[in-house]
Design a protein around this ligand. Structure first.
Ligand code: DMJ
Length: 514
């Protein structure tokens, strides 16, 4: 070999080693970040919902159901901590098995954080080292817990429109004085968790109510094809008429895509594509997507919301990669300048909006970073992930966990650590630096899959598999195996569904866990 060629090879190899050790080091840092928060939650806060990381005490926030533990279960499997997963699984079983608790809870949050967390942990239990009982995945203790909680949420859906109330009392149902006003994502983001529940338990009621709510919103689009962000669930009248891809609408759009892929319902993807077309027409402003009036299409505010940052990731899933990359740079530039992403940022004057300067340890920017790295393999996104890890360690780390940033300009902290920090933020950052992770092995959640749904009817006839057709991550980042949910027979035919798996699953189950 000639000298220059040899030198080049040495340089390439050296670079590769450096990158590899970088990957290992950042992966270890994120795992330690998760562990620091999780251990302190168990030590100081469990069985309460959340850890207050500055005062080191537990607080009940969303429903007194040990929320952080249930939301974090599957992250343990994703990070390869099987022994702790087995312990946490047992702890979860010792909690409110039936959720017969006299507490008012948000139907949306209880669904995405708890029902979703339990379903994902149930489906990942074999990978997490739990001996699966006979009948799994169609039976199992965590599945029963998820079903019990979801049944207690069902009274909220009993409205003339089919749109659910925002809150419900888990023991007594909807309170007499409950407000009928709720947000768009709060009333139409159930199809993933409820669809999985129906497919696994065989009871179609869950998928049916989730679909009914989606159609109720769809039928109330404006003449220019947009939805608002708050609605009266009794009358169906819009109460806030700003359309946005983020704040208060986000997971509605997200679940049209994810529900469509997971449940093999192309009609949901078509709804998304229609809404996306209208959003691009009216709400896109130099690659930001801003709030517009749903009736006139006029821009209503020049604000960027922290919640909007999931959007580039979703766009990459539906194959809109160039737009996704352009829209990613916008929030990342805010993060670069402030070290965090504030709840609301005024694009016009380049400053956080007064009283909305906080960064709540939200995952959305990390989420899009992971999706875009998966789609492009561009090392730029690894650099973004490193910058985010550095900021979170430097700004938010305290003795008992990670604290919300009360003010993105001064970096003063607040005594709160939302459960999604363990369910989502740390998970996405970890996945970015763990190329061999089982969630990085499949391409099922890319646009290719979506195109297949549109054009390849064979997908609609495919049978049940375990661990081989990829995963969908719910809006709370709970991974759901896209093949396993087709392993159980349905008692009734769900509304408009093409049921193709009617034989008992045992004869068709192909175990491909590694
Ligand atoms: C999470 O609970 C979910 O990601 C939800 O869809 C939006 N808000 C939080 C995180 O910011």
């Amino acid at each position: 070999m000639k000298l220059p060629a040899l030198l080049l090879l040495i340089v390439i190899t050296w670079c590769h080693c450096d990158t590899q050790s970088d990957m290992d080091s950042y992966r270890r840092q994120v795992k330690e970040m998760f562990q620091h928060a999780y251990d302190n939650y168990l030590l100081h806060a469990f069985p309460h919902d959340e850890l207050a990381p500055i005062s080191c005490v537990g607080v009940d926030t969303w429903g007194s159901f040990s929320l952080t533990l249930l939301d974090a279960l599957d992250t343990l499997v994703v990070m390869g901590n099987q022994s702790e997963f087995r312990r946490a699984y047992q702890l979860a079983l010792q909690q409110h098995l039936s959720f017969n608790i006299d507490t008012n809870t948000s139907v949306f949050e209880a669904n995405i954080r708890v029902v979703g967390g339990l379903l994902s942990a149930h489906l990942l239990s074999a990978r997490g080292g739990i001996p699966v009982p006979p009948g799994w995945p169609c039976e199992g203790p965590l599945l029963s817990m998820a079903e019990s909680l979801a049944r207690r949420l069902l009274p909220a859906f009993d409205t003339p429109t089919g749109l659910p109330y925002g809150s419900v009392n888990l023991r007594y149902g909807v309170s007499p004085g409950e407000t009928p006003l709720t947000c768009t994502s709060c009333c139409a983001s159930y199809i993933v968790e409820f669809g999985v529940l129906s497919r696994l338990t065989g009871d179609t009621v869950f998928e049916d109510v989730a679909l009914r709510a989606i159609h109720a919103l769809w039928n109330r689009r404006s003449t220019i094809g947009l939805v608002g962000n708050h609605i009266n669930v009794l009358t169906g009248e819009w109460k806030a008429t700003d359309f946005t891809v983020g704040n208060f609408v986000d997971s509605y759009l997200e679940y049209l895509v994810k529900g469509g892929i997971l449940l093999r319902r192309p009609e949901l993807l078509e709804m998304f594509h229609d809404l996306y077309q209208q959003a691009s027409r009216y709400s896109k402003l130099h690659d930001w997507f801003v709030s517009v009036n749903m009736n006139t299409g006029q821009i209503s505010s020049p604000y960027y919301y922290a919640l909007d940052a999931y959007w580039p990731g979703l766009l990459s899933m539906v194959g809109e990669l160039p737009q996704a990359e352009k829209s990613f740079i916008k929030p990342y530039s805010i993060w670069r300048s402030l070290g965090v992403l504030p709840e609301m940022f005024n694009i016009a004057d380049g400053k956080p909006v007064a009283k909305h300067e906080a960064y709540h340890l939200r995952p959305e920017l990390a989420e899009s970073t992971w999706y875009l790295f998966r789609a492009t393999k561009n090392p730029f996104y690894l650099e973004v992930g490193k910058a985010m890890i550095h900021s979170i360690q430097n700004i938010s780390r305290v003795n008992c966990g990670y604290a919300t940033v009360k003010n993105s300009l001064t970096h003063v902290l607040a005594d709160r650590m939302e459960s999604y920090f363990l369910a989502e933020t740390t998970k996405y950052l970890y996945l970015l630096f763990d190329p061999d992770n089982f969630l990085n092995q499949q391409d099922a959640i890319t646009h290719k899959h979506v195109e297949h749904l549109h054009y390849d009817a064979r997908m609609l006839r495919s049978g049940c598999t375990v661990g081989s057709t990829g995963y969908i991550l719910t809006t709370e980042a709970h991974p759901i195996d896209t093949g396993i949910i087709h392993c159980c027979g349905m008692k009734n035919k769900p509304t408009q569904v093409n049921t193709c798996n009617k034989r008992p699953f045992s004869s068709r189950l192909q175990l491909s866990l590694t």
